[in-house]
Every structure is written in C-alpha cells, then in structure tokens.
Design a protein around this ligand. Sequence first.
Ligand code: ZN
Length: 413
Amino acid sequence: MNTYKLIGPFKQVLPMTGLPLNGALKDEQLNFLEGKVGILLQGETIAKTGDFDTLLNEAKIIGAEVVELDGDFVALPGFIDSHTHICSSGSRARDYAFRNSGKTYLEMAELGGGIWYTVTQTRNASQKELEAGIAERSSRHLYEGVTTIETKSGYGLTVDEELKMLRAIQAVNKKHAVDLVATCLAAHMHPKDFKGSKTEYLELISSKLFPILKQENLANRIDIFVESGAFSPQEAKPYLEKAKAMGFSITIHADQFSTGGSQLAVEVGAVSADHLEASTDKEVEILAKSNTIATALPGATLGLGCAYTPARKLLNAGACLAIASDWNPGSAPMGDLLMQAAVLGAVEKLSNAEVLAGITVRAAAALELTDRGTLAEGALADLAIFPCNNYQEILYQQGKLKPAMVYKRGQKV
Ligand SMILES: [Zn+2]
C-alpha cells in the first residue's frame, strides 16, 4: 500500500536527523520543527515533514488521508530497544526478594534460583507458550513507543532449545506489528548439564547451531556473556571469530561485573559492547577509539542495585552511546525503556539529545539498521507521539508520560 497519510498538527517534531553518531550532544543540536507541523507518510515510510497547512494543501491535491490531531502533541521516531531477553518463561520474583534481603548469588543458586531457574522454565515451555510471552511483552513495549525490539535467545542452552527460542522469536516477528531483531545468545552461560568443557560447548554451538541459523534465517547476530563465571575473553574469541567468518554480526555482554569483554569486543569488531558497568577509564578510552557502540542497560542497574554504566565519560571520550532495557526476568524485570533512559540521564547528567539519540538513531546503529531511528525522508514511519507541547516534558516526567499514539510502519497501533 502506497497511500498517503498526513498526520498533524504537532507542536514539535523531533526528526533526530543531522546528529553525529559519536560523542557528546547538546540540546541545541536538535534541529526540531516547531509551531504547526505535519508529517506526511507514504505507505510504510516518511514522505516529508514540514508546515502543516502547506502539507494539508498538498494532501488535498494528492488525495491523502488526513489524521487531524486536536491538542498538544510532540512526535519523535519510534524508540528502539537494542538489548532485551523478552523470550523467556517464569518469574524470578523470589530471587529479587532474596537479593534485596541480602542473600548472595551463590545462596540463591543453591535455593534453585538464578539464571538456571529461567533456563529450566524456558525449556519446560512450548514454542507456542514462548510466542505468547514475547507477543505480550512486545505489545506492552509497542504501546510505550518502542517500535523495534532486539530479542535474544540464551535460556535454552542446547541446540534444540535455542532453536525453539529463535523460532518463537521469528514466528512472533512475522505476525506482530512490532519489528523484532533476533540475536543468538547460546553462549549465555556454560550449561551445568553439558558434559564437557566451555570450549567444547562453544564448539558444539558454532558447528551445529550456527549453520541452522543461516539456513532458517533465524538470526544474523551472535552474542556471548564474557564474565568470570560465564566465558573468558580467551574462550570467547575463537567462537566469535568463527561467527564473524560465517557472516554474523557480533555483540557482547561486556564488563558487567569485571573487565575484559569490551576490549575483546573492539578486537573482534563487535557492533556493540553492552552493560559496561565495571568499565574503567581504560575501557572507556578503548571503546571511544573504536567503532563498537557502547550500550548502557540502566534497567539492570536498577534491578541489581549496582553501578550505572559510565555514560557521561563514554560520551565525553567520543563513544557512541545506545541505551537499552535488558528486559529479562532476572536482573531487569521492569522493561520500561523510557523510564530507565530518563533515570540514566538524571544520574549521569546526559542532555535530552543524548538520551533520546540513545534510544533512537544511536540504538538503530547498534542494530545496524539505517531505515529507522530518525524521521528522515524515506525512513520507516515509526512514530511515538506524546501528549505535550515541548519535547523536554518527556524526560522531565521520567518515563511516566507515555505516548498518546504510536504508529508502526505507517499504521496506528
Ligand atoms: Zn542482557
């Protein structure tokens, strides 16, 4: 369908265009349109933005549908959550209570909690049940303005169980309005029921699972948890090099509790290094000098009650900073991207431009997507429309102000 649709008038439209991908941003760099602004859509994409009355005349000539808004509205590109684990089963509310009562990670594991609990629950779920969970969380995200969601496997930890997760993600992507970007995180941890070393496990995954990912077009991205207790940089490197040689893009769970992951990410040319709560000035420098995008996950900080990613330092050093939710049942159960991004901005002293770029155009770059994250001509018509008269209200209300309307690929959801 290539029909035209004019939406407006908006008080402000923030196209998030013309911003550098790297480094600090000032709000003065946001070249937004103001007053009485219209957005003309053509099918799934943005045709143009500009003065509403001018576009209204044009709309009459070309026979466009007109969606006239009554009230104060600000339009932004739909948000992009570049790191989630929304394909999972089971609640870890008991873990959360234990952790906040002072129990250690080891004590929780002994009580049957931790990541292995989610693995067990996810293995026990059917593909259909996983699909229902993904669809429910995707809908919630979509209504909160998140129009593209990266989703990882990683709670299956066998070839067949990882395939079940990735097939569930693919099935939901086909039928749900939201766009899902799948990532294979079979290297989330060394499964405790695997009879063999970590290297043997990674060898099994890369030789048996990777080819099927290609055959079934299940995922183009490979992720690994580089951490003491998960996989060391030495164990991870050959696995990632093999993935790269097969044409996969790389992303790494890096520097969450200890360093090493971000340096490896840069070495192997990863698209992004995510977490970085433990990154020191040395890692900040390494990332800033690279093309690897730094992704902050404030939801995990809030869930675990630990340090925030040094976002200010990363931006000042010249890194590209994306902000994602890490939505998962263990460490980040909230799954409210806007709220978390707003809190990170307040703690780390980030400008509105830096926070908003982190969940739009810079998050798109973290997923290597060039067709979204801005309202440029030709970009996907993914819109988050907020009921306010100034964009500053959005982060000021710290995520409590939700979109009044969301458009995904030109369709209102
Ligand atoms: Zn994660």
